[in-house]
Design a protein around this ligand. Structure first.
Ligand code: ADP
Ligand code: MG
Length: 582
């Protein structure tokens, strides 16, 4: 007995809709993308009750004639590709001809459309995939699609919808993506009869970001420095070091104009920000990647939300390099913030007046010099480094044995001495490690350490990396190792525990990272323990040296864990606090 049967068109569309249309935000995405493909200059989106009760998208694009208005509701009806070859170079956002029939099969659907020159437009009404009305109408040029009662005929799907608020948030995220991706198109958004935004068309991404997300965020973004003659071009904006969010909500990524999510790019962003991002935080990015369409497959995800790169490693490298370059480009602006106020404007005492005792900054600094050996490693010698250019800065004192207070033209600068020292030590050690491997110091008594078999195997395979990191370890019998030397900055530690720490932290680092980068994680942990602490009193020269060394760092803005090293409080903010200004 034959059992195989063809599904009816409606049922086939409902099945397809299961993949393409997950929630109201998917409808919004598909409709806006169609409007964009139809060369619209202005798109209006209106939703009611999280899009569950109504989604309406109105555009001023090329519109459709009567035949197309009917045909576009058939499955696999598209004007965008004709042959398989077109698929390889597709430049439109849509290409499958699946969205409209899918939407129309799971909602009450109304389409009105008119081509610019046509005398009359067309109105088509479909409910749950069944055509109800098709008639001529005198609509405005362009297309309007209304989607009501989403999933009304599929109670099982409707149950999976989240609260109106959550669905609204998803829709807003989708709108943000589309608006950021297409600054030249005007967007307006109405939610439950209220205008949420009206974005004018603009030539620049910068203005679109400002109009959508505000100038405060814009001020904390850096424009991506373009790379010359690269096969993969990157442009856009990324957050300065220290600008981050608890979610990916402000991580906008576009590949050839298409908004996508990509584990490859997510990982590259994390790597690019590396020590400039706190744990569990996500960077803010408006990242536009342009790549030869033949190098990327857009036809891998039902909602076209993901793409596949032919050479993911190249994409990763391009992104990491662009992020690094851009973050480092911010350095001179950042250094400027340390420049003291003009000399005509002395700090709180005039030079001819004696320093009043209460204001004497001396007591804030160390009374007793610490023991010399300790001091040495706290401020590692750096003969190898280029002479430090004279930075003119104005130190006022140290607050709570932790925050270095400084004055600049803007107002007050606070530096966290621990975070700053961590950053300095971190870069110092990394530089040494890259140049020469970390020097190691022989232990007076070599230590023999036994390890559990799995750790022992791991250690055997990674001995060269450990040696590069200054750990002189040798095999010494089965599952046993002899530790003969250590990098000087680790000399105080208990060797057995140290070895175990190193193994644990290196093992948990991801596999794709380079050996030196593995070393970095360890360095970051190590310097944290060895950097001057809160409560470590410093003398004036030490504070000065600390600031000078910090200013020389590659990524001075944050410690290796991504916490800021410095905070600026402007005179304006102080005036507000004192009620001098509103
Ligand atoms: P796809 O976008 O993959 O082609 P859709 O089902 O989304 O498939 O749309 C089917 C077709 O309907 C499109 O190829 C296009 O020709 C037409 N169409 C859809 N929306 C619009 C619109 N807003 N303006 C003009 N034509 C449209
Ligand atoms: Mg489409």
């Amino acid at each position: 007995m034959s059992r195989v049967r063809l599904l009816s068109d409606t049922l086939a569309s409902q099945v397809a809709a299961g993949e393409v249309i997950e929630r109201p935000a998917s409808v919004v995405k598909e409709l806006i993308e169609n409007s964009i493909d139809a060369q619209s200059q202005s798109i209006e989106i209106m939703i009611r009750r999280g899009g569950i009760s109504l989604i309406r998208v109105t555009d001023d694009g090329i519109g459709m004639d009567r035949d197309d208005a009917l045909l576009c509701l058939e499955r696999h009806a598209t004007s965008k590709i004709r042959t398989a070859a077109d698929l390889a170079t597709v430049a439109t956002l849509g290409f499958r001809g699946e969205a409209l029939p899918s939407i129309a099969s799971v909602a009450r659907f109304r389409l009105t459309t008119r081509e610019k020159e046509a005398v009359a437009g067309t109105e088509v009404i479909v409910a749950g995939g069944k055509l109800e009305t098709a008639r001529n109408g005198g609509e405005a040029p362009g297309t309007q699609i209304e989607v009501r009662s989403l999933f009304y005929n599929l109670p099982a799907r409707r149950k999976f919808l989240r609260s109106e608020n959550t669905e609204t948030r998803n829709i807003e995220h989708q709108l943000n993506l589309q608006a950021i991706g297409h600054p030249a198109i005007a967007f307006s958004f109405l939610r439950d009869e209220r205008v949420v935004f009206q974005l004018p068309a603009t030539k620049s991404l910068r203005e679109r970001i400002r109009d959508l997300l505000g100038s405060e965020l814009l001020a904390r973004l850096l424009e991506i420095e373009p790379a010359a003659r690269a096969k993969i071009q990157l442009r856009g904006f990324i957050g300065q070091a220290g600008v981050s969010r608890g979610t990916r909500a402000q991580q906008f990524i576009f590949v050839n104009g298409r908004a996508i999510g990509s584990p490859v790019i997510d990982a590259a962003l994390k790597e690019g920000y590396h020590t400039a991002l706190m744990k569990g935080q996500f960077p803010v990015t408006f990242l536009f990647l342009e790549i030869d369409p033949a190098e990327v497959d857009v036809n891998v995800h039902p909602a076209k939300r993901e793409v596949r790169f032919r050479d993911p490693a190249a994409v990763r490298e391009a992104v990491v390099a662009a992020i690094r370059r851009t973050l480092e480009s911010d350095r001179s602006t950042w250094q400027e913030q340390f420049r003291g106020p003009p000399p005509t404007d002395p700090p709180f005492v005039r030079p001819e007046e004696p320093l009043p005792a209460a204001l004497d900054p001396q007591p804030a600094f160390a009374i007793e010099p610490a023991e010399p050996a300790l001091r040495d490693h706290r401020f590692p010698p750096n003969e190898a480094r280029p002479a430090v250019p004279a930075h003119r800065f104005q130190i006022l004192g140290v607050l709570n044995k932790l925050y270095v207070l400084m004055e600049n033209a803007e107002g007050l600068v606070l530096v966290d001495q621990h975070a700053a020292h961590e950053r300095i030590l971190f870069e110092e050690l990394r530089r040494r490690m890259e140049e020469q491997g970390v020097p190691s110091q022989r232990l007076l008594l070599p230590q023999v350490v036994s390890l559990p078999p799995r750790d022992a195997e791991w250690l055997e395979r990674n001995l060269p990396i450990l040696q590069k990191m200054g750990l002189g370890v040798e095999e010494f019998g089965r599952h046993t190792f002899k530790l003969e030397s250590l990098p000087p900055f680790l000399s105080g530690a208990d060797p057995a525990r140290l070895l175990q720490d190193v193994i644990d932290s290196l093992k948990s680092a991801s596999r794709s990272t380079s050996p030196l980068r593995l070393g970095e994680d360890m360095i970051a942990k190590t310097v944290c323990r060895h950097a001057i602490k809160a409560n470590d009193p410093l003398r004036q020269q030490e504070v000065e040296k600390l600031i000078r060394d910090l200013l020389e760092c590659e990524l001075p803005y944050c410690c290796p864990h991504g916490r800021p090293t410095m905070i600026q409080i402007s005179l304006g903010e102080l005036e507000k606090k004192f009620g001098r200004k509103v």
